[in-house]
Write a protein of this length. Structure first.
Length: 185
């Protein structure tokens, strides 16, 4: 069962993790118009230059949207402060959204802050990890499901704070939740 507070760690280098994360994002955003995805780039903001792990740019109805991506290959939980740092970069650069991808889990303060500021949180976990679906009353609706990830060793889980708690959504070719998040204003 996938638990969004479970510690996880991948046996790959930080650079391999960044590239894997951007491959996942490429698959998730392939339907966006004029899509540009860059790895390990420097952005110029009004208050200086920032090195970022990834950058997405696309067009919706003639309007250019910019998204900053940070990848954290950590063993310890991601704190609210890490999300706040990403939000500061978003504001400085004038981006519309941010994505923080981690090998580790997210503290509840980080999840709440991300929701309030338009930042997607994705935890990378091993593919084939079984999971349960629960309703708002925490009643198990479906058990033992295993996400199919087309032979890839890892899956991405979009983690969002909702009125009823925390929502976890496995990202796949058939799940365009992340693309919808990016294209929403």
């Amino acid at each position: 069962m996938f638990i969004p507070t479970k510690k996880a760690f991948m046996d790959i280098t930080p650079e391999e993790f960044e590239k894997y994360s951007l491959d996942l994002l490429t698959e998730q955003t392939k339907n966006l118009e004029n899509l540009v995805i860059e790895h390990n780039t420097t952005i110029e903001a009004y208050d200086g230059n920032y090195q970022i792990d990834g950058y997405i740019e696309f067009t919706v109805m003639g309007i250019k949207y910019k998204t900053i991506i940070e990848c954290k290959h950590y063993k310890s939980p991601i704190t609210r402060e890490k999300v706040q740092i990403l939000y500061g970069k978003i504001l400085s650069f004038g981006a519309q959204k941010g994505i923080l991808i981690s090998t580790s889990n997210f503290q509840s303060g980080a999840i709440g802050y991300a929701r309030a500021h338009g930042i997607a949180l994705i935890q990378i976990t091993e593919a084939g990890t079984s999971f349960e679906t629960r309703d708002l009353m925490n009643i198990i609706m479906n058990s033992g499901g295993k996400p199919f990830n087309y032979g890839k060793p890892y899956s991405g889980v979009l983690i969002r704070k909702t009125e009823g708690g925390i929502s976890c959504s496995y990202l796949s070719r058939k799940n365009n939740t992340l693309e919808e998040f990016l294209a929403s204003v």
